[in-house]
Design a protein around this ligand. Structure first.
Ligand SMILES: Cc1cc2nc3c(=O)[nH]c(=O)nc-3n(C[C@H](O)[C@H](O)[C@H](O)COP(=O)(O)OP(=O)(O)OC[C@H]3O[C@@H](n4cnc5c(N)ncnc54)[C@H](O)[C@@H]3O)c2cc1C
Length: 381
């Protein structure tokens, strides 16, 4: 038996669920497939800018209140950046953000999609084979279910099957990062309003983070540019533990803490180049379209934005009955128009300064002592 839909969304992360919400009022038949069964974890720093979530609030105004009262989150108002082993640079440049474990955030968004009842959700079905036909796409899931869809939205993350099969994506280390992350309980001196970022010669180009997720638990991780990892044969897991051991502030905070579960790794496809994001009846959103900020590692916000734009473009395609690659190029253009100028600037900063620790240190001290420089840097970042 074949399940027929107008739009099939691959992946139920923030990009996929936002795309599904954006299609709810369209009257189109929409399927959302994910290879995992939810709640599922996603290796992440769990930091989500409220302005990112606001995009989903536009689609579902009741979500604003829902997340404002959502108990499994902490509200962050500030970031402390440690530019050397001892001196924290207080950079109050986080306006308002939440830290919500992705196992909770992504499940919460998917529950919203399910409750609206407009999208058919298939959990535990990974996209396996995609065949392009005259009328759209034939898709086969990992459990052997067959689907047809006129429009395919690839929101299936950093290892996207859609991007690989339809846009020829391969990991490009020049535009990629590696990272590891674990949760720690029993962390000392946690201030839930403050995220901590550690920059040091051993961890650049990249940074170590400690983001509180509750009164005594934190998301702790380390990310670094893949070119540096490969060239210097960096063992991220080893570096993670060594860095904690050698850093006086971290050692104090995490010395008696308990690592919950394993230290796990995952890739970060950076938006430091304009990747192909579309084709005939096809769009790539979020990590599947390599949309992670190369300077901060944030990808939830562009995932949500691009999911919303993809939904709008899918509706337009049906209205115009135009599923050509030329039409869907307007999706790619809209995403690049929104993000590329900022990402290009950030990629330039990363390429020129992220590996130069002395510059970072100097920048840190200048920011600390000269408010004007802090404001300028804040604007650039
Ligand atoms: C260590 C680390 C820390 C990070 N920290 C932050 C942070 O603090 N803040 C931030 O904004 N961003 C952060 N990011 C980036 C952020 O996690 C991603 O950008 C974000 O998850 C992208 O959302 P998405 O919906 O595009 O993809 P995902 O969240 O990866 O969702 C993709 C979904 O597709 C499913 N899937 C995969 N393959 C298939 C398939 N073949 N068929 C069907 N379904 C499939 C997966 O199960 C998954 O549910 C971090 C990333 C890493 C690796």
């Amino acid at each position: 038996m074949t399940h027929s839909f107008d739009v099939l969304i691959a992946g139920a992360g923030p990009a996929g669920t936002t795309a599904a919400m954006g299609l709810e009022k369209s009257g189109l038949r929409v399927a959302l497939l994910d290879k995992h069964t939810f709640p599922r974890d996603k290796i992440c720093g769990d930091f989500v800018a409220i302005k990112g979530l606001r995009e989903t609030f536009d689609l579902r105004p009741e979500l604003k209140d829902h997340f404002a009262h959502y108990p499994k989150k902490v509200v962050n108002t500030s970031t402390h950046v440690y530019v050397d082993k001892y001196n924290p640079l207080r950079a109050d440049w986080v306006t308002r953000s939440y830290t919500i474990k992705r196992i909770d955030l992504d499940n919460e968004l998917l529950v919203q999609v399910k409750e609206a009842g407009k999208t058919e959700v298939f959990e535990g079905h990974g996209i396996k084979r995609i065949e392009q036909t005259a009328g759209g796409y034939n898709i086969e899931s990992s459990k052997g279910l067959r689907f047809t869809a006129k429009v395919l939205i690839g929101a299936d993350g950093a290892h996207s099957a859609v991007a690989k099969q339809l846009a020829g994506y391969k990991v490009d280390r020049k535009h990629y990062g590696g990272s590891v992350r674990a949760y720690f309980s029993g962390v000392e001196n946690i201030d839930t309003a403050v995220n901590e970022v550690y920059m040091h010669k051993h961890v650049v180009p990249g940074y170590f983070w400690l983001f509180p997720v509750s009164e005594n638990e934190a998301n702790v991780g380390l990310g670094m540019h893949s070119m540096h990892i490969t060239a210097n044969k960096v063992d991220l897991k080893k570096l993670f533990h060594n860095f904690i051991e050698s850093h006086p502030v971290l050692k104090k905070k995490l010395g008696n803490a308990q690592m919950e579960g394993k230290l796990e790794g995952f890739g970060l496809p950076f938006y430091s180049k304009r990747f192909t994001l579309s084709g005939e009846g096809m769009m790539l959103c979020g990590d599947a379209g390599s949309m992670i900020d190369p300077s901060t590692g944030e990808g939830i916000l562009p995932a949500i934005h691009s999911g919303k734009i993809a939904a709008r473009k899918a509706i337009e395609a049906f209205e115009k009955n135009d599923f050509s690659a030329t039409f869907f190029k307007s999706y790619e253009d809209a995403v690049h128009e929104k993000f590329w100028p900022e990402m290009k600037r950030k990629a330039w900063l990363v390429n020129h300064f992220a590996h130069r620790y002395q510059f970072i240190k100097l920048g840190g001290y200048l920011c600390h002592h000269v408010p004007f420089i802090k404001r300028r840097l804040q604007k650039l970042m």
